[in-house]
Design a protein around this ligand. Structure first.
Ligand SMILES: [Zn+2]
Length: 506
């Protein structure tokens, strides 16, 4: 299938600021370093930076706090609210036209969930030029979008295939000139892969690899980590690095990688072919990845439909937020990547549940041994929508056994480190003001970060609570609820225009 580039973000930011001095008054701070929450505090932002955090005793009255903070151009009174660093989606495609109505739709869903930085892993459908231009427009405040870090898929943009190490190095250098901040690999001949990685590291570019099963037999995650890979995307390549009684996955003889049912059904049987949790090979593999500094960006969320397809199809947010293009793209279709639900049954789902148990154990152990674990959503595929997907990724890390404070650190400070954004990722004086505000405490319930909120039954019956209220990106203040309302309006208008109804499944 050939993809059509999506319409770029429309000019003009709906955010306000940056301000000479903006104060978030009386908030509780979760700073992203891993430190526990504290408050009440005034977070003082000057232009695009956090200037100070004035905190007080638990029972200090707000006027006292205000006296210590001083005057400001803009004050948001937020007693009881929680402030976290803006989230980083380290695997965030700006989808192509087949996946959404336009880039604004995607950007609003990101900012509407407190996502202030994304890594575009490959610029696949829209091309590197598009992503670089959007990144520059976002940086200049010309569009309403988070910070975008453009990666480019290895070998793309050339008519001739890369055949030699020299060509691989030259290609990487050219991408750096064109504005790429990193290279996304799916696999390549080992000598070309290693040469390209070496060149990327020399030039200070990042690198990420989805170890496609078609190439994992000659370069698994341990090999590429030794060659200097920045991050391992998804889970592929890791089990292959831990085979003890085989060198290649035991695919059935009639397996066909281009048949997406085969591809995903046997991916669901991959982890059980590898060394067991806690075994020597398991521990040594983790130890080596940690010592090499290779990050893992698991994107657990994009595969969960494989362990419970009906749940993924029925996610509550589809009703108001899935644009008709996105919804159509999710439907079973041999031409759409990740739309493999042709005959997905109990056997496939049960295999995937076991696959997840092992994969999550690996993710947790990697984290416990000090590995750089990040959060990415790969939204736009497999019933997994922009913004929402990253929050679900946080919930899946909770299921893997991480504490909410550890998860928030993965989603903020760790992500910023992976993306090379060392001035962001935590709430500390001097850092760029990339923040999200939530009316309730997401550490007690991560669902409070979902754009469609969390269903709670109180004295007045069932109601929706939560949702990010404000997103501050580089000191620019965005009304996150208003951005989500615009998305709902846009989705309704698109359905009207295209004559499609609310998502439903056959
Ligand atoms: Zn992806």
């Amino acid at each position: 299938m050939r993809f059509t580039p999506i319409t770029a973000g429309s000019s003009g930011s709906t955010g306000t600021g940056p301000f000479g001095r903006l104060v978030l008054r009386g908030v509780t701070v979760v700073d992203g370093t891993g430190g526990p929450p504290y408050g009440p505090a005034d977070v003082v932002i000057e232009r695009d930076r956090i200037a100070a955090i004035v905190s007080a005793g638990r029972n200090t009255d707000m006027s006292q706090l205000g006296l210590r903070t001083g005057t400001a151009d803009e004050v948001l009174d937020l007693p009881g609210y929680y402030v976290l660093p803006g989230l980083v989606d380290a695997h965030a495609h700006i989808g192509w036209a087949e996946q959404g109505p336009d880039a604004d739709y995607i950007y609003r869903l990101w900012l509407g969930h407190g996502i202030t930085s994304v890594r575009e892993p490959g610029s696949l459908g829209n091309g590197l030029g598009f992503t670089v231009r959007e990144a520059e427009r976002a940086e200049r405040g010309e569009i309403t979008a988070p910070r975008i870090v453009p990666y480019v898929a290895f070998g793309s943009g050339t008519s001739e295939p890369i055949r030699t190490e020299r060509e691989a190095r030259a290609w990487v250098a050219e991408q750096a000139e064109n504005g790429a901040r990193g290279i996304k690999f799916f696999g390549a001949a080992p000598e070309l892969f290693a040469a390209a990685l070496e060149e990327a590291n020399t030039l200070g570019l990042g690198s990420a690899c989805h170890h496609a099963q078609s190439d994992a037999a000659r370069a698994n995650a341990s090999h590429t980590a030794r060659w200097g890979l920045g991050s391992i995307e998804h889970g592929y390549g890791l089990p292959e690095a831990m085979f003890t009684d085989r060198r290649i996955q035991h695919f059935p003889g009639d397996y066909n990688y281009n048949d997406e049912h085969d591809r995903f059904a046997y991916l669901g049987r991959l982890w059980r072919e590898a060394a067991e949790p806690g075994s020597r090979v398991w521990e040594e593999t983790i130890e080596e990845l940690v010592s090499l500094g290779t990050a893992i960006d698991p994107t657990l969320v994009v595969y969960v439909a494989a362990r419970d397809a009906a749940r993924a199809r029925g996610r509550e947010y589809h009703r108001d937020y899935s644009a008709p293009q996105s919804w159509k793209f999710f439907q079973p279709d041999p031409e759409s990547h990740g739309s493999f639900f042709f005959d997905w049954g109990t056997e496939e789902e049960v295999a995937w549940r076991e696959n997840y148990r092992l994969w999550m154990a690996f993710v947790r152990d990697f984290h416990l041994r000090g590995g750089l674990l990040t959060t990415g959503s790969d939204a736009g595929f497999i019933y997994n929508l922009y913004g929402f997907g990253l929050i679900e990724e946080l919930e899946l890390l909770r299921e893997a056994g991480l504490h909410p404070l550890e998860i928030i650190r993965c989603a903020t400070a760790n992500g910023a480190r992976l993306l090379g954004l060392t001035d962001t990722g935590t709430i500390e004086p001097g850092k760029i003001a990339d923040l999200l505000v939530c009316a309730e405490n997401p550490l007690t319930n991560l669902k409070l970060l979902y754009g469609h909120g969390h269903l709670r039954v109180g004295a007045n019956g069932a109601e929706r609570v939560g949702g990010v209220t404000h997103t501050i990106a580089g000191g620019v203040l965005h009304d996150a609820s208003a951005l989500r309302a615009r998305v709902r309006d846009q989705v309704a208008a698109e359905r009207e225009r295209l004559g499609t109804g609310v998502p439903s499944t056959p």
